[in-house]
Design a protein around this ligand. Structure first.
Ligand code: PTJ
Length: 259
């Protein structure tokens, strides 16, 4: 990997880019994953490269949903593995559940490499290498699922993917939690809880919330979920982008006048 000096103003973004490129070199991230990373970088820039209040609300509701679930499941694709393997392992450990590898551009070799990476990072259980069921309504490899994992889950976390599996999982009666920097994506609009944030920041924050809320009685968790309104949160996320851009323009104008 290219050495990025910590003093570089775009250190975090460049490091993430390197991680995805390394995932491609190691063969667990798809080449298409590079394009997804570019889309993500663009939206992260627009949201201000920080966890906004709308995302904080979604993260809290997502943690409550995962704690209330009888059978929660966490999905991992090639970009998630490259960017946040360790963080996903920590989240799975906090919930005491396995992770499940699920790929759009599926090859058995990539599935095995991602499963090995997760085990190497300390995952206690990894599903997805031997899928035994299919999510109805999907005609691609992402339909493959495992009983005891995503197939039977009542709540599923799907970071960084496009919309049709989100809809198909919701049609099975599951509550879907998305992590997607694009608040206008089909996934974000169809999920029960959409975390509009970079996975690099969102997953550690989600694990922290899971730990924090785990002492609460179920009745309090139910209140958090009942008070959550995903449509409102997505509108807020779009407003945060607009406010951020207007602040940027104002600052730029001020600079030009003082130069
Ligand atoms: O590993 P595979 O074969 O399952 O393929 C995975 C990718 C990501 C290539 C595949 O799911 C794909 O093509 O996804 P899309 O359609 O590009 O959608 C990815 C979404 O994730 C986009 O809305 C991006 O804005 C968003 N995204 C990209 N990077 C990040 C992100 N969201 C949060 N954090 C990121 N770092």
């Amino acid at each position: 990997m290219t050495e990025i000096p910590k003093s570089h103003p775009r250190y975090a973004s460049l490091l993430a880019r390197e991680r995805v490129a390394e995932g491609v070199r190691q063969g667990y991230t798809s080449t298409q994953g590079l394009i997804a990373q570019g889309r993500g970088e663009c939206f992260d820039y627009l949201i201000g490269e920080k966890t906004n209040p709308s995302a904080e609300k979604a993260i809290r509701a997502a943690a409550a949903l995962l704690l209330l679930a009888e059978r929660p499941a966490l999905s991992v694709n090639g970009n998630v593995a490259a960017l946040a393997a360790e963080e996903m392992v920590a989240l799975a450990a906090a919930l005491a559940i396995p992770l499940e590898v699920n790929l759009f551009h599926r090859s058995e070799e990539r599935v095995r490499k991602i499963a090995d990476l997760l085990r190497q990072k300390g995952a206690a259980g990894v599903l997805g290498e031997k899928p035994d069921s299919v999510v109805p309504g999907l005609e691609h490899a992402r339909a493959l699922a495992t009983r005891g994992g995503i197939y039977d889950a009542d709540v599923v976390l799907i970071p960084l993917e496009d919309g049709d599996r989100c809809e198909a999982l919701a049609a099975m009666g599951k509550k879907v939690i998305a992590i997607d920097l694009n608040p206008l994506s089909r996934t974000a609009r169809k999920a029960a809880v959409s975390i509009v944030d970079n996975i690099l920041r969102a997953v550690p924050a989600l694990t922290e919330q899971v730990r924090k809320l785990s002492d609460l009685p179920r009745s309090d968790l139910l209140i958090i979920v009942a008070q959550y309104d995903n449509e409102k949160v997505l509108r807020q996320a779009v407003q945060e982008i607009s406010d951020h851009l207007q602040r940027q323009f104002r600052e730029e104008n001020c600079r030009q006048h003082t130069d």
